[in-house]
Design a binder for this molecule. Structure first.
Ligand code: NDP
Length: 246
């Protein structure tokens, strides 16, 4: 089955890459189920997708809470009858040298970026197994491929997910589960707004991102490409970055 008619749940669908992915997949005929904490934005997005003739539903999801992921999967099954793909996209970044000892920021990144994916797996795998098929797509980062100063912990969380998916892939060679890690480079989203406290550093980072970052829709198209494959084909890793990124 190609994208048309698939049921796709997306975490972090209230902005940036998640929002673009929801719009794009819905425009290609998928039913999308949106999760994030800012439900006002999700409701608005559902309205826009439906007004354009698409199918969408939304529920409040904090990925640090396993029950919220179970609810997201339940909404997909109750509303659209199944879940074909879970896009584990929700993520946060805190930028700064390790020596700053931002213990709170480290914990938050591990909770959202790593545990959030584990909670999604725990919620979706039983449904995928029951259905006899399913696809887990995670949004990791080029930060995990080329480690740069100030992003060590963030990169570590993204590489933890990459490792997790590779292990899961090797445990799933019965063909029931497909796994894909998408590694975006700089993308123009709100991620940077929450990444630094110092207003001057944040402003500089925003300017860099505005100048270099690519449109989130480019990542949405990469995710669609991974989903839009025949059932026996798995896109394992896909990197998508600005052409001028070092
Ligand atoms: P945004 O800040 O625009 O989007 C992040 C999304 O994650 C929001 O929808 C936010 O929703 C959601 N989110 C954050 N915390 C939680 C939580 N606890 N529970 C549920 N949802 C949460 O940034 P991006 O679109 O850029 O980020 C999407 C993914 O892409 C992230 O995993 C990020 O690490 C990754 N990425 C981004 C890159 C970039 O340059 N922008 C580069 C490489 C990877 P809400 O606040 O409403 O809950």
């Amino acid at each position: 089955m190609a994208i048309q008619g698939k049921v796709v749940a997306i975490t972090g669908a209230s902005s940036g890459i998640g929002e673009a992915t929801a719009r794009h997949l819905a425009s290609l005929g998928a039913a999308v189920v949106l999760g994030a904490r800012r439900t006002d934005r999700l409701e608005r997005l559902v309205g826009e997708i439906e007004a354009a003739g698409g199918q969408a539903a939304a529920t409040r999801v904090d990925v640090t809470r396993p029950d919220d992921l179970r609810s997201l999967v339940a909404v997909a099954v109750e509303r659209f009858g199944r879940l074909d793909v879970l896009v584990g996209n929700a993520g946060i970044s805190r930028i700064g040298p390790v020596a700053d000892l931002d213990v709170e920021g480290w914990s938050a990144m591990v909770d959202v970026n790593v545990k959030g994916i584990l909670h999604g797996i725990a919620a979706a795998l039983p449904v995928f197994r029951r259905q006899g098929g399913g696809h887990l797509v995670t949004v990791v980062s080029t930060s995990g491929l080329k480690i740069v100063p100030t992003q060590a912990v963030y990169a570590g969380t993204k590489n933890a997910v990459r490792t997790l998916l590779e292990g899961l892939r090797q445990e799933s060679t019965d063909g029931v589960l497909r796994t894909t890690s998408i590694s975006p480079g700089y993308v123009r989203t709100e991620l940077i707004d929450h990444a630094v406290d110092d207003p001057d550093v944040r402003e500089q980072a925003r300017r860099n991102m505005a100048e270099l970052g690519i449109d989130p829709m480019a990542v949405a198209r990469a995710i669609a490409f991974a989903i839009d494959q025949p059932d026996d084909v798995e896109i394992g890793d896909l990197t998508i970055r600005p052409a001028r990124q070092g």
